[in-house]
Ligand binder design. Structure first.
Ligand code: NAD
Length: 362
């Protein structure tokens, strides 16, 4: 299935609206999911629609939430997302950080109890577009998926980390990744017939490694993809260093924000919440922004000038891959595996989207 971003956005918004959100919120959630597909991160795109609807109906996500600022100083704030859609409550927290950093040069914002906030790069890009450096440490309370370096039991969430840098005249420079070997969504996409994950991305209780999504989800015979059904775990990336960064995301994004760490499980089974500790820096409080940009650009040219490791290869900087995907998918459309498409259509039918509103498979 190849579908344009615009049609996919409309369709996903129809589903969320039929499932119980306002049209405005449905469109917002749909827009961010499709943005992830455009960036090439299908793991955080529309493959999530059925799961979001399931969470909405079970009360794990609450529609129409206004986040609450619990504490505030001129340069800090604690924002309680009150289980609202991450796509609704996170922009409020990021906007607050942008305003404070613009006024004072630096800000730290703790967001807790946000439902799944999607691709963290969206939030880094939002700040970078306003001329700010942004650094995010994120955890997922209630989502035990990842084994630490040296272990086989799940003790970490996929705890993403993101750094965004404002450099004008080029696509967003954004490093944004899960601290797990692969994002859970990538296992989900693979389990639905999409791109395979590496053969050593998962670990079984006996310590052997695997690329079979059934290690995480249990037998793939039903439509259900519940990580609790599997016996294994995703491995942390980058050996002890990646595992250590993931640990710090739990400590900063989970323990310090008040969101709660990934475990031991404290919340109702099934509810997951993102916690995010974000730092925003206005570059001009450190140095002349023009001098910073010039130095960074000289370095980028130097970095990219490395001879490729493989014939025809190339060195990319953070964010370059996403920019290329956006250009290609914006022009040609977004490819979706048949199984992903079928699960979204089944979800649309279940919530009562009119059949005339369901795009025909190409
Ligand atoms: P990934 O492994 O695709 O890595 C992406 C990063 O690597 C980007 O910064 C990208 O620019 C860079 N990159 C990609 N290819 C490159 C290359 N060839 N050379 C140099 N740099 C390259 O990402 P991931 O770990 O699969 O994470 C996917 C998304 O999942 C992220 O957007 C992340 O925020 C999101 N996520 C969210 C949650 C949540 O709870 N909300 C949890 C985990 C992950």
């Amino acid at each position: 299935m190849l579908i344009s971003a615009e049609r996919l956005r409309d369709f996903a918004a129809d589903i969320f609206t039929a499932a119980g959100t306002s049209r405005e919120e449905g469109e917002r959630v749909a827009r961010y999911l499709v943005e992830a597909n455009l960036a090439g991160h299908d793991s955080h795109g529309v493959v999530r629609v059925p799961r979001y609807v399931q969470w909405l109906h079970s009360g794990f996500i609450v529609a129409g939430v206004t986040p609450v600022i619990e504490r505030e100083t001129p340069i800090t704030a604690v924002v309680d997302g009150r289980y609202g859609f991450g796509q609704t409550v996170t922009p409020v927290a990021v906007k607050l950080g942008i305003e404070k950093a613009k006024a004072s040069g630096l800000a730290a914002i703790a967001l807790k109890n946000s439902a799944h906030l999607g691709r963290v790069g969206d939030w880094g890009e939002m700040a970078a577009a306003e001329g700010l450096v942004a650094i995010h440490y994120v955890n997922v309370h209630g989502s035990l998926l990842v084994a630490p370096f040296g272990g086989v039991d799940r003790r970490l969430s996929t705890a993403p980390h993101c750094i965004a840098v404002p450099l004008p005249n080029r696509p967003p420079v954004v490093l944004d990744f899960a601290t797990s070997y692969v994002a859970e969504g990538k296992v989900l996409v693979a389990s639905r017939g999409g791109k395979r994950i590496p053969d050593d991305a998962l670990i079984r209780p006996d310590g052997s490694v695997s690329g079979d999504p059934a290690v995480l989800y249990g037998p793939l015979t039903s439509n259900d993809r519940t990580p609790e059904n599997g016996e294994g775990a995703i491995r942390a990336f980058g050996l002890h260093k990646g595992s250590g960064l993931a640990f710090m995301c739990e400590i900063l994004g989970g323990a310090l924000t008040g969101n709660g760490t990934c475990g031991p499980r404290e919340q109702a089974r099934g509810r997951i919440t993102n916690g995010m500790l974000s730092f925003y820096i206005r570059p001009d409080v450190i140095d002349d922004p023009a001098a910073f940009v010039a130095r960074a650009e000289r370095y980028i040219a130097f970095y990219k000038s490395s001879r490729p490791a493989e014939a025809g290869g190339e060195v990319l900087i953070p964010g370059e891959m996403e920019a290329r995907n956006r250009a290609e998918r914006g022009a040609k459309g977004i490819p979706l595996p048949d199984e992903t498409w079928a699960s979204i259509v089944a979800c649309a039918e279940a919530v009562g989207v009119a059949s005339t509103r369901i795009p025909a498979a190409a």
